[in-house]
Design a protein around this ligand. Structure first.
Ligand SMILES: [Zn+2]
Length: 203
């Protein structure tokens, strides 16, 4: 499997996405994925209405040495951003730049289904989550928002208040509320039980 794309060794981007963002001076919110794609020399990012259930896809044409990402523009903006970040993850991890044609399609079944066991998809989701909500920035914003909304309270907040904080974070980072719940949990700010409560409340 070749990891060389336009003389860029993509394996060097496989550590924490925060380093990738720092490298290109993009560590600020909301994370600018369009700029990032340019730095990575991804040729095309197309927003279009895709067939049913398709969130997006990434396509590689070896002869042209061309990578194209497609994002379903009929979906909510936050979903589009998650798809975009997820496709960037596939670009970094999962494309063989030697083979003739490589295409990964994302439909509602494969994208952002954390309970589904597909290691490639899970890895792309995890990367997307870290890319859109880098730990360093996210932690700072969590406490800023908390102090803004509930200045007199301590950190032991119930589901309703955490939901309000999540809602504000979702606006700041331009991600969905469920994505925020996952991130709050993955960086250890809330427990698994609270994450579940938030999902219940969100329904
Ligand atoms: Zn995928």
């Amino acid at each position: 499997m070749s990891n060389l794309y336009k003389n860029i060794d993509v394996t060097k981007f496989r550590n924490e996405p925060v380093f990738l963002l720092e490298k290109f001076n993009l560590l600020k919110i909301p994370v600018d994925l369009t700029e990032l794609a340019k730095f990575l020399k991804i040729d095309q990012v197309n927003y279009k209405n895709c067939e049913n259930n398709l969130n997006g896809k990434i396509e590689y044409k070896a002869q042209e040495k061309e990578v194209s990402i497609y994002i379903n523009e009929d979906e909510p903006k936050t979903r589009q951003r998650f798809t975009f970040a997820h496709e960037i993850a596939h670009f970094i991890y999962d494309i063989d730049f030697q083979t003739d044609k490589d295409m990964l399609r994302e439909d509602a079944k494969t994208l952002f289904r954390k309970n589904m066991f597909n290691p490639i998809e899970r890895r792309a989701d995890k990367f997307a989550e870290q890319l859109l909500m880098p730990k360093e920035l996210f932690e700072i914003e969590v406490f800023k928002v908390k102090d803004k909304l509930f200045p007199t309270l301590g950190t032991d907040l119930g589901v309703y208040k955490i939901y309000q904080i999540s809602s504000e974070l979702s606006n700041l980072f331009e991600v969905s509320k469920p994505a925020v719940f996952f991130r709050l949990h993955s960086i250890g700010i809330i427990k698994e039980s609270m994450r579940k409560e938030l999902f219940e409340y969100h329904k």
